[in-house]
Design a protein around this ligand. Structure first.
Ligand SMILES: C[S@@+](CC[C@H](N)C(=O)[O-])C[C@H]1O[C@@H](n2cnc3c(N)ncnc32)[C@H](O)[C@@H]1O
Length: 209
């Protein structure tokens, strides 16, 4: 199963990943600004879905949110529990969340969908839509490209998405796209981020940005 490949590939390189990316100091200032701004729009419980070592979970907690994290990789969850003992972290898969329907104020998926096969990316996104209450927020960070395309990632195959294509998936799943961002620079892959809001049944689907 593909999830096993993702878990095993990150498990094998978990120490390396944590050394390189496991601190908020290793994140880009503009991502921190985006995350902090998004946090001000949220109320209620927030889930960091695919939290890795938990640095963004803690960042959102520092922003005043009630936030927990789940990840496939036990080494990440163990590290997160040690580093951030006041927060809750569980090993789990975001395709089947242990959360009631419409119980969450928001979900963060920060580069955690990058390995998901584009053919069924609607599965985790539908699960995010299920647990987020109408009006709640979703922030997705991803690698940006002109179209959906596989690339060699250090862990396992990754997929770039265009903002328009990923936005369309979100809209189809019941989200309204509020803001989109891209960031490019030398020495790293182009990044993208989409802030979306869970529509209520009466809202009209709309793409923005
Ligand atoms: C590139 S890392 C990003 C981790 C973290 N969000 C960060 O910014 O450092 C991708 C993470 O997504 C997690 N992940 C991938 N597929 C997952 C799934 N189906 N359920 C839960 N976590 C998943 C991986 O285990 C990995 O920790």
């Amino acid at each position: 199963m593909h999830r096993d490949v993702v878990r095993e590939s990150y498990s094998a390189r978990s120490q390396e990943y944590m050394d390189l990316f496991g601190s908020i100091d290793s994140t880009h200032p503009s991502d921190q600004a985006l995350m902090a701004s998004w946090a001000t729009t949220l109320t209620g419980a927030v889930l960091d879905a695919g939290c890795g070592p938990g640095q963004w979970t803690d960042f959102l907690a520092q922003c005043g949110l009630v936030v927990s994290g789940i990840d496939l990789v036990p080494q990440f969850v163990e590290r997160a529990r040690v580093q951030y003992p006041d927060l809750s972290f569980e090993v789990g898969a975001f395709e089947a969340l242990d959360a009631a329907t419409e119980s969450m104020g928001g979900v963060l998926s920060w580069y955690s969908l990058i390995h998901h096969n584009p053919h069924d990316i609607e599965v985790p996104i539908a699960e995010f839509a299920r647990v987020i209450r109408p009006g709640g927020g979703l922030l997705v960070g991803f690698f940006n490209g002109a179209t959906v395309e596989a690339f060699d990632h250090a862990a396992t195959t990754g997929y770039r998405w265009s903002v328009a294509e990923l936005s369309q998936v979100l809209v189809t799943a019941g989200f309204e796209v509020i803001e989109t961002y891209t960031r490019t620079g030398s020495g790293y892959r182009p990044h993208g981020a989409i802030i979306a809001r869970r529509r209520s049944g009466e809202d009209t689907p709309e793409i923005d940005g």
